[in-house]
Ligand binder design. Structure first.
Ligand code: ADP
Length: 177
């Protein structure tokens, strides 16, 4: 099995510059990085898995050793299927640490052969999260400094779509007032 083969899993709903930064850093360290899009995360998603994959593919098209794929089920099972021994995760703020630490230990219990490697994004991207991006976009704000242009367009289309049910407005930190 190739130790230089890594998987960067997440929901990516949608991809933003923090994610792109982590994937690009990982691509400088590992021979081959799969950005793995979890198809049905246990939270309501704004974008379908096909849309999330397509937006990431576009955003990462100039990084030759990164490819984007979708997966379902346990991340460690997917990693075993593709023969990867390293799981990439990003760290933003201190509050990420506890969750990432717990997830890393749970994954180690499930798959002791897999190591988790955390990368820290450039400080200008550290505050960005998909939920903040979704909230700003839903309120008509400018997200162009946080996401690639295609993602900004896709967000605009989503929130202008009369069929969008508007149920994605349950934010932890609200920017609405
Ligand atoms: P989740 O896997 O919890 O659904 P996301 O899809 O939002 O999370 O993110 C995937 C990974 O990218 C996680 O490891 C997360 O910590 C990391 N990440 C998200 N935003 C940033 C950021 N701004 N800087 C660095 N890492 C980030």
């Amino acid at each position: 099995m190739n130790n230089r083969h890594a998987v960067y899993p997440g929901s990516f709903d949608p991809a933003h510059y923090g994610h792109i930064d982590i994937a690009s850093r990982a691509a400088r360290v590992f021979d081959d990085v799969i950005v793995a899009v979890y198809d049905t995360p246990p939270k309501k998603v704004l974008f379908s898995v096909e849309e999330r994959v397509a937006l990431l593919q576009h955003a990462l098209s100039d990084v030759p050793n990164v490819r984007v794929a979708r997966y379902s089920g346990l991340t460690v099972d997917y990693m075993r299927q593709v023969g990867a021994l390293t799981m990439i995760r990003g760290l933003r703020v201190f509050s990420d640490f506890e969750l990432e630490f717990r997830m890393a230990l749970a994954n180690r219990r499930l798959a002791p052969e897999i190591e988790v490697v955390n990368f820290i994004a450039d400080e200008k991207h550290l505050f960005i999260s998909s939920s903040t991006v979704r909230e700003i976009a839903s309120l008509g704000g400018d997200v162009s400094s946080m996401v690639p242009p295609e993602v900004a367009l896709a967000l605009r289309a989503k929130f202008n779509d009369p069929n969008h049910d508007g149920a994605d407005t349950n934010y932890v930190v609200s920017l609405q007032d």
